[in-house]
Design a protein around this ligand. Structure first.
Ligand code: SAM
Length: 239
């Protein structure tokens, strides 16, 4: 069955954007996934198709109305397809989420604009809120593209080598080891000898050590979780 993405947006022209190129673009052409774009403006109210209003309690900016957003969600809702709202207020998107979303029939992505979406519709429609990082974008479209790209590349048949999806950063809770290619010596920098040795077990062990070191130094949060998961740290989890 084709993995189906529906995007609710005020800017449908931003899609497929970069997802029309390269792996995702080819997969879209080959029918490995489908993209259904819905202009939120079409669910807007009155002659001017209004989708937003001023915030209760005052403050800057506008808020997307719950009745408009609910009409759009209910129009496209399909069993088994979660509705995802990218927002800085969401929990951080992780590779585990991406794997879960890719293993289902697809997703509906609600792209926020202005100050965001009325909280009630997020609760009422059981919308899942995810953030793509601790910074603020001007709209949810870029975040939707990031989310879609991360999902589409895991659809079976999209990536050339099936191993690429299982041997990469986060697949085992660690960052990936560093990569090297030709030339073996470049501007006075040599590729680590072990990679030229042909000893597969030794190379695998070196890569594992490099992965662990990079994770410990760069991402102490991931390192702590990895150590707990692998039984190397038996103290109580902090989160
Ligand atoms: N007032 C919001 C806040 O402070 O949390 C920011 C609203 S932002 C200008 C407009 C839209 O961009 C959001 O509704 C959301 O859809 C999207 N967005 C912005 N930053 C994001 C992030 N880090 N991750 C996911 N979506 C984001």
């Amino acid at each position: 069955m084709t993995w189906q993405a529906t995007i609710l947006t005020l800017f449908p022209g931003m899609f497929p954007g970069p997802l029309g190129q390269s792996l995702a673009g080819r997969a879209l052409e080959d029918g490995l996934w489908s993209l259904d774009l819905r202009d939120l403006r079409e669910y807007g109210l009155g002659r001017h198709r209004v989708v937003d209003d001023t915030p209760f309690g005052g403050g800057a900016g506008m808020v997307m109305r719950p009745d408009v957003v609910a009409a759009a969600i209910r129009d496209v809702a399909a069993a088994g397809r979660p509705v995802i709202y990218p927002t800085p207020r969401g929990r951080l998107l992780r590779q585990d989420d991406v794997r879960r979303l890719t293993s289902g029939p697809g997703i509906v992505v609600l792209c926020g604009r202005y100050e965001g979406v009325d909280e009630r519709v997020l609760e009422e429609c059981a919308v899942e809120q995810v953030s793509i990082g601790d910074y603020v974008l001007s709209g949810g479209e870029m975040a939707a593209l990031v989310l879609l790209d991360s999902c589409v590349r895991l659809i079976p048949g999209v990536m050339g080598s099936d191993a690429s999806g299982t041997e990469e950063s986060f697949s085992d809770g660690l960052l990936e080891y560093p990569h090297y290619t030709k030339p073996a010596s470049w501007e006075g920098r040599d590729v680590p000898d072990i990679l030229l040795s042909g000893h597969h077990a030794a190379i695998a062990s070196w890569r594992q050590t490099e992965s662990e070191t990079a994770t410990r130094v760069r991402r102490p949060d991931l390192w702590a979780a990895y150590r707990r998961r692998t039984g190397q740290d038996t103290s109580d989890p902090v989160s």
